[in-house]
Design a protein around this ligand. Structure first.
Ligand SMILES: [Zn+2]
Length: 480
């Protein structure tokens, strides 16, 4: 029997072990989409307790605790950090086979050198040991990034963000680029006239541009797009239920804007037209600047209205939606491609039923201008687990080129989430190792090792056109 979470965790064959240890393990990490706080990096924050770094804001853990019957007081309520940690620790043994179980123990091992299984009995010792370590400079957030061999991070930022924290990080000369990503979801959300107009006021304030027409609004947003570019941004991101690809005319959008700006609510058809227009404008700006655009599609959010109203968004009340993506995604990408304005694009689906759809859709718009121009993003959110990642990798292999995949990202709010890259790499190496040993792939370990290194790091570096301070990891000659 294998040991739990030993050095060959998830690596069933000798070839998989060789691929992981000799090729994948030491490759640097590019985290091209996450939700880390730029302020915490600017401040080079040190966390006060393991609860702060693990439990503040981690809605994956919150959902598990709720499912385990833990009262909200111990999750988002007023209980102390220790009391909350104790409840989480008591929950951990009940998370067997959920990725949280693996993530929790990988994080304890990789960051804190702790091999002990976390449960109610071991909680105090682990809490004290980790909390003590977190007080030392080695555990400042910048050092946590260094420890995990991270070479670039893209945060997720609203166009109205001043990016002052990014500026501070740059001014400090921090060697890991912490780049903003332009996420204009709020600028196209016209489901409430009141909220939209509050946003318009904010963009007026930040740009000094008075907005009285749709053209003014676009001009102000483009001003922010330019500003983000001047701050090193080269990536946009959109979190949408679905792609909006309605036909529209300029005069229709002008009228819709005037209506909502005048405080009147839009009907659904008007909202969809407006969102369709915004998406095209954003996409064209991205293309003009040579940015990469990302679309995270298919989350049905805030399903529990009682709790969402109490705790706000991103507190664990979201699920997989069953939106219909094919026609609108096709129409949107085709419109841009027809005008020769299709930027490099990454699409992520939340519903695994859409895997084959996504894997085949990206193939329609690769134009030979660069390898893997249109990417189907890594298994995301609810799919970011062994089964979900395996299915994404297999479907991409079957219907596209896995070898050109730009690989994993954390999409996390936590500085302790980087072992998710390791998790992905182990699964990837295991799949290749299995097929080499089965005779389904040639026993050409250096070539397969090179492809694995590309998926771990090189493809992303080339895709985003970043010249990162990363020493290449030599492909080693290994006999298995
Ligand atoms: Zn995200």
């Amino acid at each position: 029997m294998k040991q739990f979470l030993d050095q060959n965790f998830l690596l069933k064959t000798k070839t998989a072990q060789c691929l992981y240890h000799e090729y994948a393990k030491d490759m640097p990490v590019i985290d091209y989409h996450c939700h880390l706080s730029p302020q915490q990096i600017a401040d080079d924050l040190m966390f006060e307790s393991l609860s702060e770094v693990w439990l503040y804001g981690d809605h994956y853990k919150w959902r598990a605790m709720r499912a385990n019957g833990v009262q909200e007081d111990y999750i988002t309520g007023n209980k102390t950090d220790w009391e909350k940690f104790q409840k989480w620790s008591e929950t951990v043994p009940y998370t067997l086979r959920n990725p949280l179980y693996h993530w929790t123990h990988l994080e304890l091992q990789r960051y804190f050198d702790i091999d002990t299984i976390l449960n109610g009995d071991t909680a105090k010792k682990i809490y004290d040991e980790c909390t003590a370590k977190l007080q030392t400079p080695a555990y400042s957030v910048r050092n946590l990034l260094r420890k995990m061999n991270v070479k670039a991070v893209c945060t997720t930022d609203d166009p109205i963000d001043s990016l002052k924290h990014h500026q501070k990080i740059k001014d400090d000369g921090f060697e890991i680029p912490i780049l903003p990503a332009f996420r204009p979801d709020n600028a196209m959300n016209v489901s409430s006239a009141e909220k939209f107009n509050i946003y318009v006021k904010k963009i007026e304030a930040v740009t000094g541009i008075a907005v009285s027409s749709f053209d003014d609004f676009l001009f102000a947003l483009q001003n922010r797009h330019d500003f983000f570019a001047s701050m090193g941004c080269s990536v946009s991101d959109h979190g949408l239920e679905e792609i909006y690809a309605e036909d529209f005319t300029g005069s229709e959008i002008d009228a819709i804007f005037n209506k909502v700006h005048g405080g009147k609510e839009l009907n659904e058809a008007e909202q969809n037209k407006f969102k369709s227009a915004m998406l095209i404008h954003f996409a064209e700006w991205d293309w003009e600047k040579g940015w990469v655009q990302q679309f995270h599609l298919g989350a049905l959010r805030n399903n529990n209205s009682r709790m969402s109203q109490t705790l706000g968004p991103d507190t664990g009340w979201d699920s997989i939606g069953d939106f219909s993506h094919a026609r609108s995604l096709s129409k949107f990408l085709d419109k841009l491609d027809s005008n020769n304005k299709l930027a490099k694009t990454i699409v992520y689906n939340l519903n695994p039923a859409d895997n084959e759809l996504m894997a085949t859709m990206i193939g329609n718009f690769n134009d030979g201008s660069s390898a893997g121009k249109i990417q189907w993003g890594s298994a995301w959110w609810f799919l970011d687990q062994k089964d979900g990642m395996t299915k994404q990798i297999n479907t991409l292999s079957n219907m596209g080129l896995l070898s050109r995949f730009i690989g994993m990202l954390t999409d996390s709010r936590s500085f302790l989430s980087y072992p998710r890259h390791e998790y992905f790499r182990r699964i990837l190496c295991d799949l290749f190792g299995d097929e080499i040993e089965n005779g389904e792939l040639p026993n050409d370990v250096p070539w397969v090792g090179k492809i694995i290194q590309d998926i771990c790091f090189n493809n992303a570096q080339n895709y985003f056109n970043w010249k990162l301070d990363a020493k290449p990891v030599a492909a080693k000659k290994v006999t298995v």
